[in-house]
Write a protein that binds this ligand. Sequence first.
Ligand SMILES: *[C@@H]1O[C@H](CO)[C@@H](O)[C@H](O)[C@H]1NC(C)=O
Length: 180
Amino acid sequence: MIAVTLVAVTLLSMVSATALNKANDHKGHLYFTCPGDNEIITRVRSEHDDGPEDRKWEFGCGNAPSGANLSDCAWSRFTGYFEGPSLYQCHNGGVITGWRAFFKDTDRQNRYRCCKPSKGYLTHSCFYTGYVNDFNEMINYRVPDGHVISGVFSEYSSKDKDRRYVFNVCSLDLSAKTSN
Ligand SMILES: *[C@@H]1O[C@H](CO)[C@@H](O)[C@H](O)[C@H]1NC(C)=O
C-alpha cells in the first residue's frame, strides 16, 4: 500500500513537473515565451471552442536537452496567411521557445521564437509528428524526452473554421564530431 502510494506520488510529481501556462483568451492576443533562459517548449495543449471559433492555448517548458544553453533568440515574422497553410522552420538548427498569435475573424496567424543551442550541440534525426489534432479537437502534445520542436506546419479548414497542426521534432544533443 505504501509502495503504491509512493509510486502514485512520484508519477503525480513527474506529471506536474511540466506546468502548463495559459497563453490567451478567446480572440485575445497570444504571447508566450518560456520563462527560463535555456528552456524550450515541451508541451502544447489547446482546445477549440465553436462559439468564438478560436482556441485557448497553454504551453509547458523544460530545460533544453543534454544541458544545452540557448542564445540568439529571435521571433519569426507572421507565418503563412489567414485561412491558409503555414510552414515554419527555425533556421540554423534553432529550437522553438516561444509562440505568438494574432486573431482575426475565425483564425490565427502565428509567429515562433527560435533560439540557437550552444556550440557543439546539434539538432538531428528530425521527424514530422503527423497531425497532433483533428479540426475542432484538442491538442495535447508532449515533446519526447531529449527532443525539441524546431518547426510547425498547420492548415486551415474553412468548413470547420479551425487549424490542425504538425510539429517538426528533432533530437538535440552534443554532436559526436565537435564534442571532446
Ligand atoms: C551554459 O552556461 C553556463 C553559465 O554560463 C556555463 O557554466 C556552462 O558551461 C554552459 N554550458 C554549455 C554546454 O555551454
